[in-house]
Design a protein around this ligand. Structure first.
Ligand code: PMP
Length: 413
């Protein structure tokens, strides 16, 4: 078939071979996996790194004097180094390993905000956020008497910048904002937003769950204070993720959870906490998951974030053009800048019914509210169907989606 020039870069097109789960039939059709925004597939290198660790090196980290424990610790801490390099952290102290974005945001809400927020203070978010970047702030506002305020979005799914900037006052003690919307694909103009917030001293947390798999992220260059992300969106294992935070802020925060590994000394009278980042890593971590995440970083860097971003940009516009040609299809989310995600409705077919028909034809899309109910409310919808791209997708996947949509249209005609 004819593919646009930029999509046949040998590097990227051969990446598909690295992902065993993509090479199967579903319901008698080749799998067209268009649900990477929910959880991306894993390359052989990640699967192998986890299996190798489980087979040969498994032991608890930081604790043992024996060889396996040393090996496990080296692999685990080696992954931390890779993650530092991946987002350009200035030191390992800034790289807190978590179970994912959700835990990272809860950590900041409870350890950074809860001790200092008081009635009259505000936490600022936007209508675009995933529930993980709403509910933790709601909880801490309830606990402290602070108010949650929300900047609106327009009919395209762009944040109304003037309104967001207008809400930034000295009463705001935290801005929580997504890098890329998981429901609409909107890429937020973070540089401008963060600069405005910082100019009046508002700390900024970026929910980067949908940012890191698709573009080069440099936390120093962004200028935010916290950046959270999840391994399973970036071709790593589930249950492993990151909170990057500025060292001075992390230093000032109390521990989030108590337990083993986060202490230097414990007595019944007093506990001395461990140094950063271990102060925030109580209990046995997801060792194999973090090792797999390190391998995912290696993989992404070997393909090249610039290549990935370019490939996905081309593929996204190919997908949008094709979707527009389907009669009765309405795009939900047409922001100025989008990455890798497209939500849509087909006539008045319920998204779940549509998703089921697509699955019968081997096409995996996500349907529902995408853990972003306020976005759905903003568009007056119970949910949408959402196709999302990863570096391994190609125009064949999109063509298969379009054919399946045409069939669905006939079924429901
Ligand atoms: N934020 C965004 C934008 C997301 O897409 C997701 C996952 N759908 C999350 C947060 C939560 O990630 P996790 O479940 O891995 O903690």
């Amino acid at each position: 078939m004819n593919q646009p020039e930029a999509l046949v870069s040998t590097d990227i097109s051969s990446c598909r071979d690295d992902f065993p789960a993509l090479h199967q039939e579903v319901n008698g059709h080749p799998l067209a996996f268009l649900d990477s925004a929910a959880s991306a597939q894993q390359p052989n290198t990640v699967i192998d790194a986890v299996a190798r660790y489980q087979r040969h090196d498994h032991a608890n980290v930081h604790r043992g004097v024996h060889t396996l424990s040393h090996r496990a610790t080296e692999l685990y801490e080696g992954a931390r180094d890779k993650l530092c390099n991946f987002v350009n952290a200035t030191s390992r102290a800034e790289m807190v390993l978590t179970s994912g974005t959700t835990e990272a945001i809860n950590l900041v809400a409870q350890s950074f905000c809860r001790p200092t927020l008081k009635p009259g203070d505000q936490v600022l978010i936007t209508w675009l956020e995933h529930h993980s970047n709403i509910v933790p702030w709601q909880l801490v506002c309830e606990q402290t008497g602070a108010d949650l305020i929300v900047a609106p979005i327009d009919d395209n799914g762009d944040i109304v910048l003037s309104e967001l900037l207008g809400l930034m006052t000295t009463r705001v003690k935290m801005l929580g904002i997504g890098h890329v919307s998981n429901a609409l694909g909107t890429v937020n103009p973070l540089h401008e937003i963060i600069a405005a917030a910082k100019s009046i001293g508002i700390p900024v947390l970026v929910d980067g769950a949908q940012g890191v798999p698709h573009m080069q992220v440099d936390v120093q260059e962004l200028g935010c204070d916290f950046y959270a992300f999840s391994g399973h969106k970036m071709f790593g294992p589930t249950g492993a993720g990151v909170l990057w935070g500025r060292e001075a802020l992390l230093e000032s925060m109390p521990p989030y959870k108590g337990g083993g590994d986060m202490i230097l000394e414990v007595s019944f009278e007093n506990t001395v906490f461990n140094e950063l980042p271990y102060k925030f890593e109580a209990g046995t971590p997801n060792i194999s998951g973090i090792i797999g995440l390190g391998a995912a970083v290696d993989y992404l860097q070997s393909v090249g974030m610039q290549n990935i971003a370019e490939h996905e940009k081309n593929l996204h516009s190919y997908m949008v053009d094709k979707l527009k040609s389907v009669s009765g299809l309405r795009l939900i989310g047409t922001a100025r800048k989008q990455a890798s995600v497209q939500s849509f409705m087909l006539n008045d077919i319920h998204p779940h019914d549509l998703g089921t028909i697509l699955d019968h034809q081997g096409v995996a899309v996500r349907t529902g509210h995408h853990c972003a109910m306020p976005v759905m409310q903003r568009f007056g919808l119970p949910g949408t169907a959402r196709a999302s791209l990863g570096l391994y997708n190609n125009t064949d996947d999109i063509d298969q989606l379009i054919d399946a949509l045409e069939k669905a249209r006939q079924v429901f005609a």
